[in-house]
Write a protein that binds this ligand. Structure first.
Ligand SMILES: NC(=O)c1ccc[n+]([C@@H]2O[C@H](COP(=O)([O-])OP(=O)(O)OC[C@H]3O[C@@H](n4cnc5c(N)ncnc54)[C@H](OP(=O)(O)O)[C@@H]3O)[C@@H](O)[C@H]2O)c1
Length: 317
């Protein structure tokens, strides 16, 4: 089968299109024919082996996982001997971040307990856009408990992969949503449901003028004092992204209980909840760009620039 492989950490050009063996599903796995994949920040972090401390788990000198790609949607091709819940032909989606990656390939074997039925109303490309970003948004918004409809919620990075889902999820929970983005994306974030917008090129949301009950920072470019200034009394913040290791450490070490880092883990329970919201018309993935399979390196390079308008997807090999 075709797959993008890499043997050394480095830039997207390190990825090489190769012919590799088609995986065989183990007893508790399903073999999925990948019909679409989406690109996530995790792909370029893992490709570059950055931050450096992440190599302790990714592989100290060389990457342990040769095929990247965490979000996939596709069709079940074959099932392992112990699998009962899925059959060949079923349409599914999954996230492989905690399960060996492997999405930028024609086929991938996936443990059955991380596979979910694809939301029927979504195309394969739209479905592939969902798992990592939408679950991170969901877990980020719930980091300090369920959102309350009366809360004033601010999403920093409202038009990114995570942010575009977070704006819609916070609206679906009934919150009053403010989204922070740049001038060219103000209309996009309004169309996702934001009640208020802040253009970060002209306005600092943390100048203390307005205060929020909950802040979800998907960018990770703010300090703990910035959050304290922008939070209402009793307010909480959750941070999914980071722009430097010192910023990441500052939140972890100085944020206390109320300003916390989020480490998302995609579960089928969360995917089922997202599927329900999608089928109820309350959540819709936004696709910025579609790339052909041969252009996986270009897709990753585009996302790495940090200004994607929602999700970037890759077509089937
Ligand atoms: N913790 C986890 O489990 C987890 C899971 C997934 C992702 N992440 C992390 O979360 C972060 C976001 O991921 P993503 O997939 O949403 O990334 P992305 O799609 O690349 O999002 C980038 C967004 O950030 C916005 N942005 C850039 N500079 C900004 C600024 N100064 N102020 C406000 N917004 C700004 C951009 O808007 P403009 O184009 O308008 O500048 C763009 O919409 C990444 O750091 C990623 O590593 C963490």
């Amino acid at each position: 089968m075709k797959a993008f492989v890499y043997e050394k950490y480095g830039p997207p050009e390190r990825l090489r299109l190769a012919e590799v063996d088609k995986p065989a599903p183990k007893a508790d796995e399903v073999l999925v024919k990948v019909l679409a994949a989406s690109v996530n920040a995790a792909d370029w972090h893992v490709l570059r082996g950055k931050p450096l401390f992440s190599r302790a788990t990714l592989g100290l000198l060389r990457p342990k996982h040769k095929i990247l790609g965490v979000d996939i949607a596709g069709q079940v091709e074959a099932v392992g001997a112990e699998v009962t819940g899925f059959r060949p032909g079923d349409q599914v989606y999954a996230n492989l971040l905690d399960h060996g990656y492997g999405g930028f390939a024609e086929y991938v074997a996936v443990p059955v307990d991380v596979v979910s039925p694809k939301p029927a109303s979504l195309s394969f490309e739209e479905a592939a856009a969902v798992p990592m970003a939408a679950v991170t948004a969901l877990q980020g918004l719930r980091r300090h408990g369920e959102l309350q409809p009366t809360q004033r919620v601010l999403i920093n990075g409202g038009t990114g992969g995570v942010g575009s889902f977070a704006v819609q999820l916070a609206k679906a929970a009934g919150a009053e949503v403010t989204a922070v983005t740049s001038t060219g994306n103000l209309e996009l974030v309004r169309s996702l449901g934001a009640d208020h917008v802040v253009d970060y090129t002209t306005t600092d949301f943390a100048d203390g003028t307005r205060r929020y009950d909950y802040i979800l920072d998907t960018v990770g470019n703010r300090s703990v004092p910035d959050f304290r200034r922008a939070l209402a009394p009793g307010g909480k913040a959750a941070v999914t992204g980071f722009t430097s290791v010192p910023k990441l450490l500052a939140v972890s070490l100085r944020g206390g209980k109320d300003i916390a880092q989020v480490q998302a883990h995609v579960t089928t329970k969360d995917l089922e909840l997202l599927s329900e919201l999608i089928e109820a018309g309350k959540l819709r993935p936004q696709i910025d760009r579609r790339y052909g399979f041969a252009d996986v390196p270009e897709a990753i390079a585009y996302l790495e620039q940090g200004h994607a308008r929602a999700k970037v997807v890759v077509e089937a090999a």
